[in-house]
Design a protein. Structure first.
Length: 255
């Protein structure tokens, strides 16, 4: 791949958003469920727009105390979850409209991201919420998610745009899924290691797993977490390494 997008989860009040906006090309803006919202959301969208960074919504379970990393799926039916997510995505859309920028995509956060990829009713709820927002803006809104799994499968069935994502700062298991955060080695905090992983994905569509295998990992966008230790240095190293390897870094204008 000659071009790759770099995205970061912003507006979460735990990262150097200003510095990351100098590096990334897409921002997933926290919608108030796990962090941000309100004035923080507004400032983040404004800053991203000023930096020329594409703006996406980053909805989650309503779980500020747990930062959205605990599943609430068993407590919510599909309709309720759809309503919660529609409200969050809509909040980002309102600010985008006020700033004169398009809502470029939607990416679920934390436990919701993983639940939607494994459980059909969570995926359906997410896609229904995105559909409601797409009807408001008058065009499809892409969903960002893993290269394989439930959300991609259902998006394809519905004829909805889907953008496959890989991670710079997370390790992968042999089955191509992320090492859970609670396990040793889940995070990649070394900038050089992260850069090598991203180059492998961008150039060859492959990632090296925890047991040394190289498995397929084809992605159009790479996530850099702002709460990873040393995230800004890591992000800068990743971008510099991509550009040095002749890979353009640019937002994918999905809308």
């Amino acid at each position: 791949m000659s071009t790759i997008d770099l995205n970061a989860d912003l507006g979460e009040e735990c990262a150097d958003d200003e510095a990351l906006l100098e590096v990334v090309t897409s921002a997933n803006v926290a919608a108030g469920g796990h962090a941000g919202g309100g004035a923080v959301l507004a400032r983040t969208v404004h800053a991203a727009a000023e930096a020329g960074v594409a703006v996406g919504a980053h909805p989650s379970y309503v779980d500020r105390s747990g930062f959205g990393r605990t599943s609430h799926l068993s407590r919510m039916d599909q309709s309720t979850l759809t309503s919660v997510l529609h409200e969050q995505i809509g909040a980002v859309l309102v600010v985008c409209d006020s700033e004169g920028v398009a809502l470029a995509h939607v990416k679920a956060h934390g436990a919701l991201y993983h639940d939607a990829n494994r459980h059909q009713h969570a995926a359906e709820a997410l896609l229904d919420a995105v559909d409601h927002v797409a009807q408001r803006v008058g065009h499809p809104v892409p969903v960002v998610g893993p290269p394989t799994g439930m959300v991609k499968r259902l998006s394809t069935q519905r004829g909805l745009p889907y953008v496959a994502e890989a991670f710079a700062d997370r390790a992968y298991r042999p089955d191509g899924t992320l090492v859970p955060r609670g396990e040793r080695g889940a995070l990649i905090a070394d900038p050089q290691e992260a850069a090598l992983q991203v180059i492998s994905v961008a150039r060859h569509g492959l990632v090296t797993t925890t047991d040394g295998q190289r498995v397929e990992m084809r992605a159009e966008t790479i996530c850099l977490h702002g709460d990873t230790p040393g995230s800004v240095d890591l992000a800068r190293r990743v971008r510099a390494s991509l550009e040095a390897d002749g890979i353009d870094v640019a937002s994918i204008r999905w809308t």
